[in-house]
Design a protein around this ligand. Structure first.
Ligand code: PHE
Length: 338
C-alpha cells in the first residue's frame, strides 16, 4: 500500500488528484482504513506491530501529500509570476491631480491675508431677507440705490442676496453693539444681469468690516494698501477716489496702479494707468445704529471687492463666464499654488 500510494502521489499533477489519493487510502472506505478496521480480527500478539506499521504508513502518506501540495503550489506561483510579468519600462498612465477652482484659490489667498491682519471669516445665507440685504444697509423700501442692484426677488421679503453686506449686518447684530467687529465675508452673490464677457448673474464678493472705538479712514487706507501690494505686487500703489454708497459715508472707490505686462501676474490697464478694484468707506451712522451700535462711540470702515474681477485682472482673463462654464481646458491652467 505504502509504495503504491507514494508512487501515485509522485505522479499526481494537481490538487484534485492528491485529494482523490487521500480518499483512496485514508478515507472512510480507504484501503489503509480497512486494514486498521480489520485489526480486531487479528491475533492479539500481532496487533501492536500491525497497528504501528499502519500508523507509520498513514503518517508517510499524509506527509508526502503535504509536501506534494507545497511543490504544486510553488509551481503554480512560478507559472503565474512568469505569465504576469510586468514590463517596468513601459510608460505609466498619468495620474490626474485635482485642484482648487481659480476663484476658490484667490478667495483663500485673500482670506489668508486678512486673517493675518486679525479679521475673522464669516458666512451667511444666499437667500436673504429684504431687511438684511437693503434696510439694514441704509436702503429703505423705495430708496433709489436699490435699482442699481438688479435684484432677483423670490417673494416680497425674500431675495437672492445682491452683495455680501447682509453678513456684516448679521454679525454686528449678533455682537449686539457691545464688541468690536473685525470680519470679512466671502460668498456668492446674484444680480439680474444679462451674461456677457464682463457680467454674470452670479459672481463672488468679499466684503470686510472693522468696527471699534476710534477706527479712522487712515486705518482703511492702510489695510487696503497692504491688500493691494500682497495680491498684485509690492510695486503697486493705490488711489482712493470719492464715490457714493448708501451704507458708507464718506465713500470711496479704490484704484491700483497698472503694471506693464510681463509674463504672469500682469494686469491690463486700457486707458489711465489706474484700474478700479473695489468700493469702500466709513460705515454710515444709520447702519451702525440699526445694528445696535452707538455711532457716538463706535466708528468703522467697510470695503467690498469682487474676486472674479481680481482674478481676471491678475491673470489676464478676458471673459467672466470662464469661471462658471466648467471647461476643464480653462480650469486646469490655474492649479492654484499658494
Ligand atoms: N456692498 C457693495 C456692493 O456690493 C460693496 C461695498 C461694500 C462698498 C462696503 C462699500 C463698502 O456694491
Amino acid at each position: 500500500i505504502r509504495q503504491e500510494a507514494l508512487d501515485n502521489i509522485e505522479e499526481a499533477s494537481d490538487l484534485k488528484a492528491l485529494q482523490d489519493i487521500r480518499v483512496t487510502y485514508l478515507g472512510k472506505k480507504g484501503s489503509l482504513t480497512s486494514v486498521l478496521r480489520g485489526m480486531g480480527s487479528l491475533p492479539e500478539e500481532e496487533r501492536p506491530a500491525i497497528g504501528e506499521m499502519a500508523n507509520e504508513i498513514r503518517k508517510a502518506i499524509t506527509d508526502e501529500i503535504a509536501k506534494k501540495i507545497d511543490v504544486l503550489e510553488q509551481e503554480a506561483l512560478e507559472e503565474k509570476l512568469e505569465q504576469e510579468a510586468i514590463d517596468v519600462t513601459l510608460p505609466g498612465r498619468p495620474v490626474q491631480v485635482g485642484g482648487a477652482h481659480l476663484l476658490t484659490g484667490i478667495i483663500e489667498e485673500i482670506e489668508d491675508l486678512f486673517i493675518g491682519m486679525g479679521f475673522e471669516v464669516r458666512e451667511g445665507p444666499e437667500v436673504e431677507t429684504d431687511y438684511f440685504n437693503f434696510e439694514a444697509m441704509n436702503m429703505p423700501k423705495g430708496h433709489p440705490a436699490r435699482d442699481m442692484q438688479d435684484t432677483f426677488y423670490l417673494t416680497d421679503e425674500l431675495l437672492l442676496r445682491t452683495h455680501t453686506s447682509p453678513v456684516q449686518a448679521r454679525t454686528m447684530q449678533q455682537y449686539s453693539g457691545s464688541k468690536a467687529v473685525k470680519m470679512i465675508c466671502p460668498g456668492k452673490v446674484f444680480r439680474r444681469d444679462t451674461d456677457d464677457a464682463t457680467h454674470s448673474h452670479q459672481f463672488t464678493q468679499i466684503e470686510g468690516l472693522y468696527v471699534d472705538e476710534h477706527v479712522r479712514m487712515s486705518d482703511l487706507k492702510g489695510v487696503l494698501n497692504e491688500f493691494a501690494k500682497r495680491i498684485f505686487g509690492e510695486d503697486r500703489r493705490i488711489r482712493l477716489r470719492p464715490s457714493f454708497f448708501p451704507f458708507t459715508e464718506p465713500s470711496v472707490e479704490m484704484d491700483i496702479s497698472c503694471k506693464v505686462c510681463q509674463g504672469d501676474g500682469c494686469s491690463v490697464c486700457k486707458y489711465s494707468g489706474w484700474i478700479e478694484i473695489l468700493g469702500a468707506g466709513m460705515v454710515h451712522p444709520n447702519v451702525l445704529e440699526k445694528a445696535g451700535y452707538d455711532p457716538e462711540i463706535y466708528t468703522g470702515f467697510a470695503f467690498g471687492m469682487g474676486p472674479d474681477r481680481i482674478a481676471m485682472l491678475k491673470y489676464g482673463i478676458d471673459d467672466i463666464r470662464n469661471f462658471y462654464t466648467n471647461d476643464k481646458r480653462f480650469l486646469t491652467q490655474y492649479h492654484y499654488a499658494k
